[in-house]
Design a protein around this ligand. Sequence first.
Ligand SMILES: Nc1ncnc2c1ncn2[C@@H]1O[C@H](COP(=O)(O)OP(=O)(O)O[C@H]2O[C@H](CO)[C@@H](O)[C@H](O)[C@H]2O)[C@@H](O)[C@H]1O
Length: 480
Amino acid sequence: MNVLSVASEVYPLIKTGGLADVVGALPAALLPHGVKTRTLVPGYPAVLQKLKKKKKVGSFENLFGNPATVLAAEIDGLDLLVLDLPELYARDGGPYVDATGRDYVDNFRRFAALSLAAAEIAGGDVVSGWKPDIVHAHDWQTALTPVYMHFGPAAATPTVMTIHNIAFQGQFGALVFPELALPAEAFSMQFVEYYGDVGFLKGGLQTADAITTVSPSYAQEILTPEFGMGLEGLLKSRVADLSGIVNGIDADIWDPQTDPHIAQHFSATSLKQRAANRRALEERFGLEKGNGPIFCVVSRLTWQKGMDLVAEIADELVAMGGKLVVLGSGDAALEGALLAAASRHRGHIGMVTGYNEPLSHLMQAGSDAILIPSRFEPCGLTQLYGLRYGCVPVVARTGGLADTIIDANEAGLAAKVATGFQFTPVNADGLRLAIRRVLRAYSEPKVWSKIQTQGMKSDVSWATSAERYVSLYSGLLGKG
Ligand SMILES: Nc1ncnc2c1ncn2[C@@H]1O[C@H](COP(=O)(O)OP(=O)(O)O[C@H]2O[C@H](CO)[C@@H](O)[C@H](O)[C@H]2O)[C@@H](O)[C@H]1O
């Protein structure tokens, strides 16, 4: 089976968040099942620079007014198609924002072009000798793919639309519609019209044959007004085609026994070796040496991720005997509040702002617990990395966090299945209580190491979820 996966980012070429990790790791997990994935991404400078060998395999004379080339390349086993269209993708900033952090004004065109290219490739006339059996689009940036396919040459090819985060919907003013090269009838309730605007994700959710999101709990939550963010009605009407498949992690990249970014390798049977990573972390963040637990945060600094709650309880965390290290960037006010906490508690709270992949590995290896107080979380990956690294997850009971962490309550401990701490309600009081529970468990080394080892033994691989994607794809092909 051939799958065309289309996304705006893919690890290890370009990453701003968890989407890239998933798009980068899923193909290898599908391969043993006979599913061959080609991944189409935009030719941002960061992507083109990293490709050693690339071969032109197709072209467009005119994609929204510009010529474009489709390049084929391979990196770390990923079979890539890269849409080289300098007028839209050769920019100085990131994939979505300019160097000053503002959204590119032509994002609708940049990602409509990616989606249209995917639809044309699915039609089979662009990359000679290759045509996918299934097209899998990820998030709003590629959500017009099934819409273009519906009105184009690949109307019969089954499509899957995956929601990684419904908060980002790709909503643009109605004025952009004439520029999208869609027939007039597409500006209607059944397609892209969304409260009088154009909704990219809305169009994809209307048109795709199957809709998935990245955990079973989030699949339920987005049917409610609290989490559906305006799309709950549409999703309810498509509930028969909606499923939640939990993310896995790339167990080769995130392996404490081989990780090149950590100070000392370790496993569930050599947890003492984690100490060298703790020392490296203390040094990196200027922490005083001591025995209390080190909590870490590796996150975009946003309201979604509950980072205001971390800032709010930081003083008490230190007063209770804990230490805190934070790696993240995002909202300036949240960044300021966390930096202020770090300067109030030098030696006890450390912060590094920005994006730093190697440091994120050391933090999982050297901290005792990872705080994830998200207000909503489609799946979450950092708690899965935490499980694998013996860095006990302390999570809000929501979405994929609720699905992947087993609470260390008495029953969970007695049954030897507990892997972390869940809390609700998701507010400062909830987080405070959770931290108190962590400190109590940490003071009993036997209890603590049991939680760590149980977490390290839990299956965070892609194996089960890859099977679920394969049966979803097969079901769609069977439907014909
Ligand atoms: N400053 C920093 N430096 C280095 N690395 C950093 C970093 N900040 C974050 N990261 C990394 O970025 C990734 C974040 O992934 P998440 O799944 O936690 O959230 P995100 O909201 O991006 O993803 C969305 O999509 C994914 C994929 O489906 C869902 O799991 C999730 O719930 C959804 O919100 C992790 O790999 C993390 O280590």
